[in-house]
Ligand binder design. Structure first.
Ligand code: IPE
Length: 263
């Protein structure tokens, strides 16, 4: 089994509010179908991209409920509506490609505590899988036992599901071909074949202004923590633009990208 996280920067145009990349998602769905026909089983998680981040920032939803922010509850409802709209577009695409995907929105099945994912109803995913369905979930706004509400990222959902299902592979599909050997990358900066905790400390030393808890490095740090307790799952960061490579990754063959390892 594999867990595939489709990054928001692949499936949407991150700079333009609610701009869906239909063709890209269509190609990804085609490859998923091919792999499903070859017997692969998946859980799919997708990010929010410009359907989530722009308005979430505007209403500061990541910091929790704040009555001083005018109409913040309306912003919360808007972001939920927008990420569901994105999810429906993806579900439509998956269904059209013959994938029996069903949607499990985090607002209904997850709970955060102080901005961190605390509870996820993994039983819903198990029931979908045992009925030959492909469960799909996504970055969403959720209730938070400490903050009223906050944001649940697709990355956190991916690793929570990974910890439960112990899949063969977790694949983060991004808009870059992997993790660059230098940050910020220059024109000829290579992609790391593997990234381990020592690479992260070198990269952050070379870039003291760089915040290791954010962006791609925040994701990688969470992956290291995940791998410390789970040696059987491979974690990869690959490009969502190279469909041949995506196809290979789904069957575990000659993957180009960065493998996250703890050595
Ligand atoms: C963010 O989810 C969710 C919201 C902003 C509501 P992700 O963090 O998984 O989204 P991407 O992949 O970065 O776009």
């Amino acid at each position: 089994m594999q867990i595939i996280k489709l990054g928001g920067s692949v499936i949407t145009d991150k700079k333009r509010y609610c701009r869906f990349r239909k063709q890209v998602v269509g190609k990804i769905a085609g490859e998923l179908k091919r792999a499903a026909d070859a017997g692969e089983k998946f859980v799919i998680v997708h990010g929010a991209g410009s359907f989530g981040h722009i308005k979430a920032r505007e209403y500061q939803l990541n910091l929790g409920r704040n009555p001083k922010i005018g109409d913040q509850h309306l912003g919360f409802a808007r972001v939920h509506l927008d990420v569901r709209t994105l999810n429906l577009k993806i579900m439509e695409c998956l269904n059209k490609h013959g994938i029996s995907a069903v949607s499990l929105p985090p607002l209904s099945i997850a709970l955060n505590s102080a901005g961190k994912l605390k509870v996820l109803d993994v039983g819903a995913f198990e029931r979908a899988l045992s009925n030959s369905l492909v469960p799909v979930t996504f970055g969403d706004v959720v209730f938070d036992e400490k903050l009223g509400f906050s944001i649940c990222s697709g990355d956190d959902l991916t690793l929570k599901l990974g910890a439960h299902f112990l899949p063969e592979r977790v694949i983060f599909v991004c808009d870059v071909p992997g993790v660059y050997a230098d940050f910020p990358p220059k024109k000829h900066t290579a992609i790391l074949k593997e990234i381990s905790p020592s690479d992260i400390s070198n990269l952050s030393k070379a870039n003291p202004e760089f915040d290791v808890t954010g962006g791609i490095f925040g994701k990688i740090q969470k992956c290291f923590t995940f791998l410390e307790e789970r040696k059987t799952t491979e974690i990869w960061v690959i490009s969502g633009r190279n469909f041949d490579n995506f196809r290979n990754a789904l069957i575990g063959k000659d993957i180009q990208g960065t493998k996250v390892v703890i050595k």
